[in-house]
Design a protein. Structure first.
Length: 327
């Protein structure tokens, strides 16, 4: 199979039929073998019913439905797990991503040898103050922190070699940083393509201003995880040793001062240096223990289920958490 097109969605019933028909038109014009994976992230409208109808009419349509809204990262994780194509395309369901971009993205993966190609919405049809300006600041910070030189980390339209999506873990709200996750997993051939951006045709965005706050917090998290996830002792242990040395240094100073200089001066416990020394040594010990415990957790980490699937359509024999499969 050439392509798996993964589309996470939440309450997008108005756009699904049009998006599906548009994708099918492009696929047929190029003669690709493909599948369309709709991941219903707990929709409360008729999105799932429409996905079921499409799956009955088109065997290429497959669907996964979550019991509740878990978030885009969990939806992508489920889609990556179920995808069978050699090239994986992700796109949003709101018709703001253009399916006409898919063939060129496919060629960049298969012919140019990229591991991942991210879309860049150079010209956007979003509010300047609520989306464009915060997005530019966010992308600048992401480039500086991660070292991945992309203009638009959060573009939903991306293409992946199958090997990439099978070897990265997308959790929390880390869908914004999939290129960084890919880089950390050893996939360094990451490219970018300018893609067209359409104004939203139906409904309204499901993301508020809080996504930028969450995005920057996740950026700090992924920076930390990138550098120290596999070796927490290198951070906490180093800080712990540094704090302990500072505290021990103050303790030696107080001891020498009391024994040889100010034998009959005020008590050591009356001096502020005593409490600095005590606090620093306690903090150093705690940080060192945190690093040690972190090392134990890393070595004994187990996979955790981050979402529960309600049902699926046209999934076939997929090794996942699906409780009900309607074919």
């Amino acid at each position: 199979m050439n392509l798996s097109i993964i589309i996470p969605l939440l309450n997008e019933e108005e756009s699904l039929q049009e998006l599906h028909d548009w994708i099918v038109k492009v696929m047929r014009s190029k003669g690709y073998s493909y599948e369309i994976l709709f991941i219903d992230d707990g929709s409360t409208d008729n999105s799932w019913e429409l996905i079921q109808q499409l799956s009955q009419a088109y065997p290429q349509v497959r669907g996964i439905r979550f019991f509740k809204n878990y978030g885009k990262s969990q939806a992508l994780h489920a889609g990556f797990k179920a995808a069978q194509g050699e090239v994986i395309i992700t796109m949003d369901a709101d018709l703001q991503d253009n399916p006409e971009e898919i063939p060129e993205l496919y060629q960049l993966i298969t012919k140019e040898g990229y591991d991942l190609v991210s879309g860049w919405k150079k010209k956007r049809y979003d509010s300047v103050l609520s989306k464009n300006m915060p997005s530019k600041l966010f992308n600048w910070a992401a480039r500086r922190t991660s070292g991945v030189q992309l203009h638009d980390f959060n573009c939903g339209l991306k293409a992946f070699n199958k090997t990439v999506v099978k070897n990265i873990e997308v959790s929390g709200e880390m869908h914004r940083y999939i290129p960084v996750l890919a880089k950390n997993a050893g996939f360094s051939n990451i490219g970018e393509k300018i893609v067209s951006h359409q104004a939203r045709k139906y409904g309204k965005t499901k993301f508020g201003m809080e996504r930028f706050t969450n995005g920057f917090l996740d950026l700090i998290t992924i920076w930390f995880v990138s550098k120290f996830a596999r070796r927490p002792m290198h951070l906490f242990g180093a800080l712990g040793v540094l704090m302990f040395i500072i505290g021990f240094g103050f303790a030696i100073y107080l001891g020498i001062d009391k024994l040889f200089i100010n034998k009959f001066g005020r008590l050591i416990t009356d001096r502020p240096q005593f409490y600095i020394a005590l606090t620093a040594m306690l903090l150093g010990t705690q940080l060192f223990l945190a690093g040690f415990l972190g090392e134990i957790l890393v070595r004994n980490r187990r996979n955790e289920t981050r979402y529960t699937i309600s049902e699926g359509v046209n999934l076939g024999d997929v090794n996942g958490n699906t409780k009900k499969n309607k074919n």
